[in-house]
Design a protein around this ligand. Sequence first.
Ligand code: BTX
Length: 329
Amino acid sequence: QSTRNQLIQLLAKNKEDYISGQALSEELNISRSAIWKHMKELEKDGYEIEAKSKRGYRIVSYPEKISENTVRWGLETKWLGKNVIHREVTSSTQIIAHNAAKEHKGHGTIVIADEQTSGRGRMNRDWHSKKGDGMWMSMILQPSLPPYLAPQLTLLTAVALAETIEELTGLTPSIKWPNDILFDNEKKCAGILTELQAEQDQIQYVIIGVGLNINQESKDWPEEVQQRATSLQIETGKQWSIKQIMQHFLKHFEILYDTYMQQGFLAVKTKWEAYGFKMGERITIRQLDRHRQAVFYGLADDGALLIKNDNGSVERLYSGEIDWFHKAD
Ligand code: BTX
């Protein structure tokens, strides 16, 4: 770990209090003038540092910029995001997270990037993730669950995202089964990609990738994406702090995850249904190349899509998509 990081962590631990140049110099084993030079460098990076004679140094505020340290500062979680891997540019945070998990970087580690050059969606689709425009994050989790329950974690993640958006922006997001976050205009502002490493009856680790569009304008996307994508900036007319949204999301996720692990899926199901897109309405479902219509009842106890067919039969669906453009009559 660099001296610089250690210095930030010592200052962060002290938060409200000053820490003397002498104490820092002893702890880090460098001279007091070297400490002073580091402080000047931190200020250049946007840290606001207060130096008081006889008392020492204190960080007053962190830069808006995303980094391992700035994300951890002010993060109100117990275990999630305590270990942060940050890249300015990377192909996909999913790849970094898989490698980290294989190297036993454990439960709760998060990987974030300012920009992804080949961000991926489900089924090898692209996910546009330009620099500074959104939250591009992968979380490493090691739940002791059988693999068939992993889709419930995806539903849980969608709820945490919806709660975060609602809390911070006052917008009312919906969740389109299983996991797209969209608004009344049916445009999507977030996507979730869950990837699993499992043995027969036990998850080894799961990587949950979350992409949330924050500060994009419509023209930032190619045409085919423009038609179906939106961002918090487009919806609210203002720019948002990615760091703040990230921290709130991690908190919502952790609370929900802990509840789920203790109490099971029911708590998630109820919350998910409160955000459910077209709940109780007729929907068109696409399965491979087949379209069918039915009434969307809600979620089954295991997270499957519960529909009522025209002949009155109730059915659980585990795959398929609620169609976007073929609206129900
Ligand atoms: P998805 O397959 O549901 O959505 C992908 C589709 O959405 C694309 O085919 C395209 O039409 C559209 N699309 C592409 N980019 C965007 C965008 N920025 N906003 C809205 N629509 C878009 C959803 O897949 C899963 C996305 C997960 C992304 C995260 S980011 C962090 C992590 N790293 C990574 O590579 N993927 C995940």
